[in-house]
Design a protein around this ligand. Structure first.
Ligand code: UD1
Length: 426
């Protein structure tokens, strides 16, 4: 079994470079299916989720060449059958984007119901509603969602909830539909804008991404392109939170400071000093942090994907903080793990009340999902003693070289392999 072992107490110093955005990459790679030519995608993070979605396309018939660690060239022209079976997609939520991409390309898609992080029910009703309004029908058979249309015709789609996934899927299905599609109450996350820019670089006509109304004028065909993915907002926020927890002074490079505003604002409220530059931010933390309240919201609100990490810091802030999870029903599973380290947190539905303690103590803990795993690392960096984190596969789904990057800024962190009681480090 693989674990991450952290000896807490080191302050963090130096600089760390943020990778390309996971949530943009997992939308843009399936979008390549829509192209009639080869797409070269740069600044791809080298993480499990991305490798998995690329492998799914490969198994469906696409030709994938890795040009270097962060660049993939994908030729989707070998994909003949719009079918993504359960074995391929079960571990990955974002494989649901194949529904929109395959439907847009082939007017037919058969995709197994998605998996991904477990934080409550993860419905796709809004995705299917969007496809329906464009002219598709669907049914569920043997765990597969089967969607088909004789033709897709642009229309008005009002999303009942602000959903990243539904916005992406409708964009993918509409980009080659006949006429104009308008998505109202669309998600505004940076990765939605990145996907729109990618589609436009292939010849699509998508306008308004980043606002809550996206207009898509359907085009007949899309060509190959070269495109570079934006930096990962959540990876950047995670390193910012780590410095806030452990203390120190770190330059976080390859970021878009505008995407980090909600995180920066909360950390400043807690007493962290943040200097913003063109494509980097410097995070400095001295002295004890102050309490604050946090409510997660769709972009530009505070991201739910930073909620566990901010809770990990608030666990030792001065005073009592309230964290309100307003996006997902069940995203506090990790609290149990923080309690093992001495955190005093009570959870009631979507609210967590965190009474800041003087310090946390190292303990054996689990990464209950991707961002929860990041929160364990953050808590461990600021804790006294040794924390052993299990189930780190969740962390590796979304953080490139996480151990190496933290070690490079002074953390005492290593990956440990245990095999029948024997332990070796790497
Ligand atoms: C994406 C992110 C995930 C993040 C989430 C919210 C990716 C690959 N994943 O997930 O990390 O936590 O956005 O920022 O980008 N909902 C419905 N019906 C639907 C779809 C969603 O009711 O058809 C609800 C969900 O239950 C949830 C809310 O809408 O309460 C937001 O979900 P959504 O934005 O769709 O999340 P994902 O796209 O799955």
């Amino acid at each position: 079994m693989e674990k991450i072992v952290v000896n807490g107490g080191n302050k963090l110093h130096g600089s760390v470079k943020i990778s390309g955005a996971k949530n943009a990459a997992v939308a843009i790679i399936p979008a390549v299916v829509l192209s009639d030519g080869v797409c070269r995608i740069e600044n791809i993070p080298n993480i499990q989720d991305v490798n998995l979605i690329a492998e799914i396309l490969h198994k469906m018939g696409a030709k994938i060449s890795r040009i270097n660690k962060t660049t993939l060239e994908i030729d989707p022209r070998g994909i003949r059958e719009p079918v993504a079976a359960y074995d391929l997609v079960r571990h990955m939520r974002a494989s649901s984007y194949l529904m929109g991409a395959l439907l847009g390309k082939f007017l037919r898609a058969e995709v197994a119901l998605p998996g991904g992080c477990d934080f409550g029910v993860r419905p796709v009703d809004q995705h299917l509603k969007g496809f329906g309004i464009l002219g598709a029908t669907h049914n569920v058979e043997g765990g597969m969602i089967k969607i088909k249309a004789d033709r897709l015709v642009g229309n008005h789609i009002y999303l009942d909830v602000v959903s990243v996934g539904a916005t992406v899927n409708v964009m993918l299905a509409a980009v080659k539909a006949e006429g104009r599609t308008t998505i109202e109450n669309a998600a505004k996350e940076p990765h939605i804008v990145d996907l729109a820019n990618f589609l436009n670089s292939m010849g699509a006509d998508v306008r308004g991404a980043g606002t809550d109304v996206i207009k898509i004028n359907g085009v007949k065909s899309l060509r190959g392109t070269t495109y570079s993915i934006i930096p990962d907002q959540i990876e950047a926020g995670t390193y910012m939170a780590a410095v806030a927890c452990a203390g120190g002074n770190v330059l976080i490079e390859n970021v878009i400071p505008k995407h980090l505003e909600s995180i920066t604002a909360k950390l400043r409220e807690m007493g962290v000093k943040i200097e913003e530059y063109d494509d980097s931010v410097r995070v400095i933390r001295e002295g004890r942090l102050r309490r604050c309240n946090v409510k997660t919201m769709p972009h530009p609100g505070f991201p739910t994907d930073m909620q566990p990490q901010i809770a990990a810091i608030l666990a030792t802030a001065d005073g009592t903080s309230i964290v309100n999870e307003a996006v997902w029903d069940n995203r506090f599973k990790y609290v149990e793990e923080l309690r093992r380290m001495g955190a005093v947190i009570s959870v009631d539905g979507k609210l967590a009340v965190i009474e800041g303690v003087d310090h946390l103590e190292g303990a054996p803990v689990k990464a209950t999902d991707l961002r929860a795993g990041a929160a364990m690392i953050i808590a461990a960096l600021g804790a006294k003693g040794t924390t052993r984190i299990e189930d780190i596969r969740h962390i590796e789904r979304g953080y490139e070289d996480v151990v190496e990057k933290f070690a490079s800024i002074g953390a005492d962190i290593k990956r440990v392999y245990t095999n029948d009681g024997a332990t070796r480090t790497a």
